[in-house]
Design a protein around this ligand. Structure first.
Ligand code: DOR
Ligand code: ZN
Length: 344
């Protein structure tokens, strides 16, 4: 049994940092865990232009704790009207990707894409300029069962997208199903990668209903059944080079999760590597954690791997019950529970 694991400094390839007081509250947690993060653009209003992304990056840099070298990697929010011209400006501003939110699929997705047919010229420009497309892979058709929305997205949206834009790098974000894991690991398409969250590796949908309704386990895409969780663990621990870490840590004030119509999102930035270590250890695959957390994402994005290391130790600790979040409080996933691993 290993009691310590040293790995190359990891990155978070899918993160929600918000803005203002919320940004100030959560950024230190991610900066303590990760060297870089792909920052989601679903603010209100969303980050849709290169200029907005640059200004947002400056606010993130200004919110870093003293001495932190954490680097935000910026994204734009794709809409039906994102002009193809914006892609050159985005690349010049250091933006690395655009995020596809199907309109209405999740938090702050109202301005998202109603149909990818409106985006063809912009997707062409992205393919040319080498920007990635990050997808929230769920259809919003109300006739489709909420647990089937990811599998249907593969057939209706992802397969046609891959056919029409074969050179566009696509990240299928927060994959939650066996179908999603199989698509990425077996479709044999070198231009498609996937991120996996800690909650989808550790929990199945029973977690939402055990001991009463559990709003802190509610995120989108929603947790799936056990056979899906096992397929995700298999994909994460297989060493597959296009499968990598993306927490989807999504902070919401506790009072907005603990009420009717509660917001979707699990807050995992405080405990991310510890949670992934738990999932990898349970699968007997601690030796695969470094590739997943520190190598595969950088390689897929075409960015250098980090230098320097972090160390996880087997050292029990209790996750705080809550942390400050502006005027409100934020309850991390596993609040008040013991974790076996600690990042030192
Ligand atoms: O659970 C989620 N929360 N899923 C998303 O896609 C968005 C995120 C958020 O921004 O809160
Ligand atoms: Zn997200």
């Amino acid at each position: 049994m290993t009691d310590a694991l040293t790995l190359t400094r990891p990155d978070d390839w899918h993160l929600h940092l918000r803005d203002g007081e919320a940004l100030a509250a959560v950024l230190p947690h991610s900066a303590a865990q990760f060297a870089r993060a792909i920052v989601m653009p679903n603010l209100r209003p969303p980050i849709t232009t290169a200029a907005q992304a640059q200004a947002y990056r400056d606010r993130i840099l200004a919110a870093r704790p003293a001495g932190s070298d954490f680097q935000p990697l910026m994204t734009l929010y794709l809409t039906d009207r994102t002009p193809p011209d914006e892609i050159k400006r985005a690349r010049a501003a250091g933006v690395v990707a655009l995020k596809l939110y199907p309109a209405g699929a999740t938090t702050n997705s109202d301005d998202g894409v109603t149909d990818l047919k409106h985006c063809r010229a912009t997707l062409d420009a992205m393919q040319r300029e080498g920007l990635l497309l990050l997808v929230h892979g769920e259809v919003t058709d109300p006739a489709v069962d909420v647990f089937d929305r990811e599998a249907v997205f593969i057939d209706r949206v992802l397969i046609p997208l891959r056919r029409d834009f074969p050179e566009l790098k696509v990240v299928f974000e927060h994959v939650t199903t066996r179908e999603g894991a199989q698509y990425v690991t077996q479709a044999g398409d070198a231009m498609t990668g996937a991120t996996l969250t800690p909650q989808h590796l550790l929990y199945n949908r029973n977690a939402l209903f055990t001991g009463g309704l559990q709003p802190h386990w509610y995120c989108l895409p929603v947790l799936k059944g056990e056979e899906h969780r096992q397929a995700l663990v298999q994909a994460a621990t297989s060493g597959h080079p296009r499968v990598f870490l993306g927490t989807d840590s999504a902070p919401h004030a506790a009072h907005l999760k603990e009420h009717a119509g509660g917001h979707a999102g699990c807050y995992t930035a405080l405990t991310a590597l510890e949670l992934y270590a738990e999932a990898f250890e349970a699968a007997g695959a601690m030796d695969r954690l470094e590739g997943f957390a520190s190598h595969h994402g950088a390689d897929f994005y075409g960015l250098p791997r980090n230098t320097g290391t972090v160390t996880l130790r087997r050292e029990g600790w209790t996750v705080p019950a809550a942390v400050p979040f502006g005027q409100a409080e934020l309850k991390p996933l596993r609040a008040g529970e013991r974790l076996a691993w600690k990042l030192s």
